[in-house]
Structure formats: structure tokens, C-alpha cells
Design a protein. Structure first.
Ligand code: CP
Length: 313
């Protein structure tokens, strides 16, 4: 097996090979052991500087990247567009080039516009990590989701995973579909037809419009929030009616002929797509996903930093 990635940037799961994904998992296995020891820090990125550029709200991804970078001993700077000169009209490219003039090696970018990470990778001299670009991709979320399934079940191959909710606006759904299919899983989606992309069949996933049938089919249900901030029109009558048809609660789970595992990338809207008792039940992998996010992001940053050093030689 190779010990480096086939890519210089992490722009999306679409651009990774199955070997890349397995290498990230094996590296994350080692980092997970380290961050569970009393001394959680290693000097691996001591001479690397990372800029975290967040042009959109985030709790988990931002804090998880920041902690991963600190655990690897990188120097870090944090930028949030809400209190920056973006509000005075500065472009993304000018903002990033000014930050790179301060000698930055890796840029972690969250941006509301699909394609912004690819655009930066073509126009600046730094390794770019996509931390979520609009409705396009959220590769580290998909990696930590698949890593959490692998941790619980030992293997992902042939596992049946249904992704439930707002597939149309979800970068998590797209990255998960790419990642799980590369790892040999069977993937379906479930939700109202109005929240399904037109190109769904080209992704090789089937669609359930009935929640009970979807949950009976799957081993794992990954439940997504309704992304109201990305919806310019109403895609269903009301959140209450969405919850009645597609909300996962304990009575829905108790009506199944088997136990299934529940995942959610967060943020959660309790009582809409998922009930509190399911979030907090032992069906849920939600906090394992968050914990695994740090090890996965350490692995991604460590492997990309190895490519930087190769490029410098
Ligand atoms: N899952 C996820 O991307 O959460 P945040 O938006 O809080 O980063």
C-alpha cells in the first residue's frame, strides 16, 4: 500500500482513490490512539502554518480542525468573514493571497459557494482543504462518517446505508455517497421527491419515499437536517408535516423488525428530522462521529503536509 496521497489538496471525495481513503483511515487509527493518551500532542506539523478560513457558520468542523492542528503542533491562524475586510468588498482571492503572504502552507476553507475550494487550489500556492463548499462537498465529514461505520462494524463493504432528508442541498450527502460507494457500501436516499437532485440516478443510489421501508432496508441511517438557509422556495408544506413523514423517533425505530444504527452530521434540529430520545439513545453514533472527526482531520493534514515537503524537494 502507498504511504502518500494521490492528491495535493483535499477538494472532495470525488477526487480521492479508494487507496487514498484507506490510507487516511489507517493514519487516523494511529492518531486516534495518540489523542486517547494522557499526552495528546505530537510534533508532526511543527514547521507548518495553517490558516482556517471560515466564510460560513460552523461549530464542529471549525473546532475539530483547530484541535487537530493543535494536536499536531502546527502554527495556526483563524479567519472569520463576519469580522473581516470581506465586508469592505475584498475578494476571496485577494483575502487568501494576503493571508498567504504571511507564509501559510495549508488553507482550510469553508465557503457558501460550490467550487470555491477548487477555484482556490488553481489560483494560490498552498494546499487547500475543503471544509464544506455550499451544496458541493464536505469531504472530511464523509471520511469521519465512514471511519465511524468502519469502527463500529469492522468493514463498510456491503453495508446498507440510507441517507435521509434534504439530499438536494446537502454537501454531506454527496460526499457520503461518493465515499461509501468507493468503499463498496450499498447506498440509498430517503425523503420527499422535491428534496432529491435530478442527477440522483447518475450517482448509483436508489430512492425510498417511504421512511419505514428505507429503515427496514438499511443497517445504518444517516439523518440530515433540512437546510432552510439554502432553500429559496418551500420544498414541503411545513416542518411539522416533514417531521410526520420523515422524522425518525423512537416509535418509528420500535416498529422495525431489527435494530439499526443512527448517524447525524449535526447540527441537529431536535424534533424535526430526529427526536431527542433517538439522538441520546444507544442507537446513536453521533458523538463518536464528532470524536472521530479530530483523528480524521489530523490524518488529512498530516498526509497533505507530506506532499508539501515532497513538492519543496
Ligand atoms: N457537520 C458540520 O459540518 O457541522 P458544522 O457546520 O457545525 O461545522
Amino acid at each position: 500500500m502507498r504511504n502518500n496521497l494521490s492528491v495535493n489538496h483535499l477538494l472532495g471525495i470525488k477526487y480521492l482513490t479508494t487507496s487514498d481513503i484507506n490510507l487516511i483511515f489507517q493514519t487516523a487509527d494511529n492518531f486516534k490512539k495518540i489523542i486517547n493518551q494522557p499526552i495528546k500532542k505530537v510534533p508532526s506539523l511543527r514547521d507548518i502554518t495553517i490558516a482556517n478560513l471560515f466564510f460560513e457558520n460552523s461549530t464542529r468542523t471549525k473546532l475539530s480542525f483547530e484541535l487537530a492542528e493543535k494536536r499536531l503542533s502546527a502554527d495556526i491562524i483563524n479567519f472569520s468573514s463576519s469580522n473581516s475586510s470581506v465586508n469592505k468588498g475584498e475578494t476571496l482571492l485577494d483575502t487568501v493571497n494576503n493571508i498567504l503572504a504571511m507564509k501559510v502552507d495549508i488553507v482550510v476553507l469553508r465557503h457558501p459557494n460550490p467550487g470555491s475550494a477548487v477555484f482556490l487550489s488553481r489560483n494560490v500556492k498552498a494546499s487547500i482543504v475543503n471544509a464544506g463548499d455550499g451544496t458541493h462537498e464536505h469531504p472530511t465529514q464523509a471520511l469521519l462518517d465512514a471511519f465511524s461505520i468502519r469502527e463500529k462494524f469492522g468493514d463498510i463493504k456491503a453495508k446498507k446505508i440510507v441517507i435521509i432528508g434534504d439530499i438536494l442541498h446537502s454537501r454531506v450527502a454527496l460526499s457520503n455517497i461518493f465515499c461509501l460507494k468507493k468503499l463498496g457500501a450499498q447506498v440509498s436516499v430517503c425523503g420527499p421527491s422535491s428534496l432529491m437532485p435530478k442527477f440522483l440516478s447518475s450517482l448509483g443510489v436508489s430512492h425510498f419515499s417511504n421512511l419505514h421501508e428505507a429503515l427496514e432496508w438499511c443497517d445504518i441511517a444517516n439523518i440530515l437536517r433540512i437546510q432552510l438557509e439554502r432553500q429559496d422556495v418551500n420544498y414541503f408544506p411545513s416542518l411539522r408535516e416533514y417531521a410526520m413523514s420523515f422524522g425518525v423517533n423512537m416509535s418509528v425505530l420500535n416498529n422495525l423488525s431489527k435494530e439499526i444504527t443512527i448517524m447525524h452530521p449535526g447540527p441537529i434540529n431536535r424534533g424535526v428530522e430526529i427526536s431527542s430520545d433517538v439522538v441520546d439513545s444507544n442507537h446513536s453514533l453521533i458523538l463518536d462521529q464528532v470524536e472521530n472527526g479530530v483523528a480524521i482531520r489530523m490524518a488529512v493534514l498530516f498526509l497533505l503536509s507530506g506532499k508539501l515537503n515532497n513538492n519543496k524537494q
